[in-house]
Design a protein around this ligand. Structure first.
Ligand code: ADP
Ligand code: 5GP
Length: 236
């Protein structure tokens, strides 16, 4: 499978006027150095925002305490992961901090076709691959307040070994230099402020003129009754 178009009719998202959401789902990409707080923010975003679905990646990394298969990730061995890459089942995949991670096509395209917005929490390499395939994707880079705070968050999370934490910290400079590839930057100092900033981005993107369903617009304001077509003539 290759790329998918990003605008055409779909089901409405509850809590939002149908006139502007009667469209395909939007693809949001969030990246950040490990320990910045992206998982914390993404989990809360899917609670706060109606019509947003957090994609679940496949990984060969071992689960951390409390992580669940099918909820945080699909945890698979390297052989299964390679079989999936051979069958072209990933939108993108990458080696990150010594493990393999990949975004599955199937659930992503299903949600987008249903008009549900999709949130991808992926690394910089994955973000670049997705942007090539989905030109309309909205990319957001999250920065920690400082290296000192980042180091302290990784230690406080206490989910990785000291070696693993070092490996992640070594990548920060390279990751941060990719900030230019992203449309938005959010600095995660205060959690509620970062959430508010992210929510503003999501709502603004949903309201962009280019995402308006043209059939609905034409049927309601432009065409005479006998010219109206499609499933949308009665909307909203
Ligand atoms: P990431 O997914 O980017 O690796 P996490 O979401 O796991 O990061 O967050 C790393 C640690 O930092 C966690 O212990 C989390 O509770 C904490 N954290 C996240 N955001 C903030 C914040 N704004 N202020 C303080 N601690 C935070
Ligand atoms: P963690 O092991 O801390 O859960 O994630 C490590 C890194 O892998 C993070 O930067 C995370 O965003 C990234 N990641 C998670 N899932 C995917 C994915 O499907 N594809 C890519 N390219 N990166 C991913």
């Amino acid at each position: 499978m290759n790329s998918a178009p990003t605008t055409s009719p779909s089901v409405p998202v509850s809590g939002h006027p149908r006139s502007s959401t009667d469209r395909r789902g939007i693809l949001f990409i969030i990246s950040a150095p490990s320990g910045t707080g992206k998982t914390t923010l993404c989990k809360q975003l899917t609670v706060n925002l109606p019509g947003l679905w957090h994609s679940i990646s496949y990984t060969t990394r071992k689960p951390r305490p409390g992580e669940e298969h099918g909820s945080d990730y699909y945890f698979v061995d390297e052989k299964s992961f390679q079989e999936m890459t051979a069958k072209n089942e990933f939108v993108e995949w990458a080696h990150v901090y010594g493990n393999l991670y990949g975004t599955p096509w199937k659930s992503l395209t299903e949600k987008i076709d249903q008009g549900i917005d999709v949130l991808l929490e992926i690394d910089v390499q994955g973000a670049l691959q997705v942007k090539k395939r989905f030109e309309d994707a909205v990319s957001i880079f999250i920065l920690p307040p400082s290296m000192t705070v980042l180091r302290s968050r990784l230690h406080t999370r206490a989910s990785d070994t000291p070696d693993e934490i070092q490996r992640r910290l070594h990548k920060v400079k390279e990751e941060v230099w990719s900030y230019r590839e992203y449309a938005y930057i959010v600095r995660n100092e205060d959690l509620s402020r970062s959430l508010r900033d992210l929510e503003s981005i999501f709502w603004s993107e949903r309201l962009k003129t280019k995402r308006l369903n043209m059939t609905w617009l034409e049927n309601n304001f432009i065409l005479d009754d006998d010219q109206k077509t499609g499933d949308h003539k009665d909307l909203p």
